[in-house]
Write a protein that binds this ligand. Structure first.
Ligand code: MN
Length: 717
């Protein structure tokens, strides 16, 4: 067990002027209130807050953080109150301890909704004071170190949560040693077999490998010395989990994962780093694509280093990191190394900017109603793959890997995003889904009349772009269904000699709105526009029932039920209509869509929804107000009719060959018509039943292989 004096020594060593008194007092307080409590390991409870404080000291944190670490469990596990903490240690410590306590109560268990909610609260706590999450990380690290004392089931739950939530946060904050240890320990508990296999493999040729590490280290150090560069050289195994991930993602056997050992050269100054890099590259051939200069362009978590991968002395790939002592220190404490907390003062502005991603998530979270969406976005933001691109003015923007000009445009301003029509990267016009790379200069082309497209959602990578596009679409859909719904209501009311617009503000309308369970008249009208409520249902709230209608009723319900049954058996013919599960679907005869075709739906009064291919000329003529979002269901056993034309020269056995080819490809012929022209060319018009565009393509390409066939194509395009 670490002793309080070790912690005090460590803090004093980092900062001789540090106020150790508050740490001393926190230790005495914690020892008093935890007195008599025992950990599952059998150790006195106090060992836990002490170890946590030790980890925080290792990260070079300030005395307030370390005192808070000593006190982090007292509110939850002892009779001590937040008021008491505030009186004894001040408001700052109280707020941090309260924050840690709040996070401890979050559950990231199985339910997606709960997980999203918990993450949201955690991000809020981080945005409030980043030290809360640093203490939580130290707490989790010690709990992982002592996880073996828990029961099997509990171990797995904690390890999973650590791997999914805490390790990525540690990485995002730049505290890689904590990230590595958390990953490795979680991996050991979650996949014991795979863990052991890698461990055994690593230790198999241990002696030889250790010798190799020593050789490389010695050689590097010696070469640096002849160039009068004083340095430390370290060699270490990469963490088992990252070796495992590499094996999985690149489908490699253990023997084929070369860079399981990484070397680090630590020097005094930045110029020395570049000099050392030059020396390394003159010794061993670098793999160009593997060179990264995080000194000139630090990661957003402020990590700085040169990374290069070279072909080493035995023809193997060797990863080498080169950095200054100061940079190495930063890599140890991550983001925490950069700020000096003054009494009551918040983070300085440059640090604040580094935390923009947390702020962004917190701001945007209201736009995510469903937990899936939120989690998806948090994941995107938690993983540290990033690119750095420039505005034409030379400002750097940090984007997630795979980000596009649309992401970039939204990052500049929502309006720029909404009006973005194109982009130039390094002076060249690119498509909007072009993947940006580090170093690119991006110039966005806008046009006032341009509008966002739903298709952008397929490729944008940032939370901001995604949420702004979704928001825009939601507003559009609402206003479209509002105008459609209003038109439908007006018509239905007119039929009953009622004026919808004058009735809008009546008490009767308020009652109708409440009857359907809505808050406002607009919600009701929009619901009519979406097709969820029929205009007739609305009118009924305003006309007294006649005797005839009352009599009609039972017959109507039987009819309704019948329709319902028919619809249930074949609810949507393989098409999903946004917001509706049970609606009549027809397919446009003009264009005969089959699964795989891009499609659009149009509300046709009295018929439900008619589905056309997106490029159908008839569909293009319809009023955009009636358009509704539709998509093919993922799995469907339906087949769909489609017309094709085969042009060929006449010959014996041609039709038989065509029929065989079609049935071999498991399609059916619904109808067939042939015309023989005077020049002996034959045009055969067929209607086939196919499952989708993929199926159709197979049929068509097999038909094209038939001898004498000149042309095969789908009609109605
Ligand atoms: Mn704890």
């Amino acid at each position: 067990m670490i002793r309080i004096t070790d912690i005090l020594d460590r803090v004093a060593e980092n900062n001789p002027e540090a106020d150790l008194d508050i740490i001393d007092r926190a230790y005495i307080f914690s020892a008093r209130v935890h007195d008599g409590q025992i950990r599952l390991s059998g150790e006195p409870y106090l060992s836990h807050p002490l170890e946590v404080a030790g980890i925080l000291a290792e990260m070079n944190l300030d005395p307030v953080s370390i005192a808070s670490g000593l006190l982090h469990d007292v509110v939850e596990d002892t009779h001590a109150t937040p008021e008491e903490i505030e009186q004894t240690f001040g408001r700052e410590v109280m707020r941090i301890v309260a924050g840690v306590t709040k996070i401890s109560k979050l559950s990231f268990g199985s339910s997606l909704a709960r997980q999203a909610e918990s993450l949201r609260k955690m991000l809020l706590a981080m945005a409030d004071d980043i030290r809360v999450i640093l203490i939580k990380l130290a707490d989790r690290l010690h709990n992982m170190r002592t996880l073996s004392f828990h029961k099997e089931g509990k171990r797995r739950v904690i390890a999973r949560e650590t791997l999914d939530i805490y390790a990525p946060i540690a990485a995002r904050l730049g505290i890689y040693w904590i990230k590595n240890e958390l990953e490795n320990t979680s991996f050991m508990y979650l996949m014991p077999e795979e863990y052991t296999r890698i461990k055994t493999n690593v230790s198999k040729d241990l002696e030889e490998r250790e010798q190799y590490i020593e050789d490389v280290k010695g050689y590097l150090r010696g070469t640096m010395e002849t160039h009068k560069l004083e340095c430390q050289v370290l060699g270490r195994y990469k963490n088992f989990y990252s070796i495992y991930q590499k094996m999985i993602s690149q489908e490699l056997a253990f023997e084929d994962v070369y860079d399981i050992i990484a070397f680090r050269i630590i020097l005094e100054s930045i110029p020395q780093c570049y000099e050392a890099l030059g020396i390394v590259h003159s010794l061993w051939k670098p793999i160009d694509i593997k060179f990264k200069d995080y000194i000139a362009r630090p990661k957003p978590n402020m990590y700085q280093s040169l990374h290069t991968t070279v072909i080493g002395p035995r023809g193997e790939r060797v990863e080498i990191q080169i950095r200054t002592l100061e940079m190495d220190r930063v890599a140890k404490s991550g983001i925490a190394a950069h700020w000096r907390y003054k009494e009551g003062a918040s983070m300085d502005e440059s640090i604040g900017r580094r935390f923009a991603w947390i702020q962004n998530l917190v701001e945007n979270q209201e736009n995510f109603r469903n937990p899936d969406e939120f989690l998806e976005n948090v994941r995107i933001d938690l993983y540290p793959d990033e690119v750095y691109v420039f505005t034409p003015q030379g400002d750097v923007k940090t984007m997630p890997k795979g980000a596009t000009p649309v992401d970039f445009a939204y990052m500049i301003h929502t309006e720029v995003g909404n009006q973005c029509t194109g982009a130039k990267v390094n002076g060249r016009i690119v498509s909007l889904n072009h993947e940006l790379e580090t170093g690119d200069t991006v110039d966005i082309i806008t046009s006032k009349s341009h509008r966002p497209s739903k298709d952008w959602l397929k490729f944008v990578k940032t939370v901001k772009a995604r949420s702004r596009i979704r928001q825009w679409i939601k507003v559009q859909e609402k206003s479209r269904s509002l105008s459609l719904g209003r038109e439908m209501c007006e018509k239905a009311f007119r039929k009953h000699r009622l004026n919808f617009n004058t009735l809008m503000k009546s008490d009767q309308m308020d009652a109708a709105v409440a009857h359907f369970g809505f808050k406002t008249v607009d919600d009701l009208i929009a619901s009519v526009g979406y097709g969820k409520t029929t205009p007739l249902q609305v009118v009924r709230r305003f006309v007294p029932k006649t005797a005839e209608e009352a009599e009609d009723k039972p017959r109507e319900t039987i009819f309704d039920r019948l329709i319902g049954r028919v619809k249930k058996r074949k609810p949507s013919a393989g098409v999903l209509v946004k917001g509706l599960d049970d609606i009549l679907i027809r397919f446009g005869k003009c264009c005969q869509p089959v699964p795989g075709d891009p499609i659009v739906g149009y509300i046709t009064r009295g018929y439900g929804v008619t589905v056309h291919r997106a490029n159908c000329v008839n569909a293009l003529k319809m009023s955009p107000e009636r358009q509704i979002e539709v998509a093919w269901a993922e799995e469907t056993s339906e087949t769909y009719p489609v017309k094709i034309l085969i042009v060929s020269y006449d010959r014996v056995g041609l039709l038989a060959d065509i029929a065989t080819s079609i049935s071999k490809n498991e399609a059916n012929i619904l109808s067939l018509n042939t015309h023989t022209k005077p020049n002996k060319s034959v045009e055969s018009y067929l209607t086939l039943a196919v499952a989708g565009t993929g199926h159709l393509d197979r049929v068509v390409s097999s038909l094209r292989k038939i001898s004498m066939v000149q042309e095969v194509r789908r009609l109605n395009t």
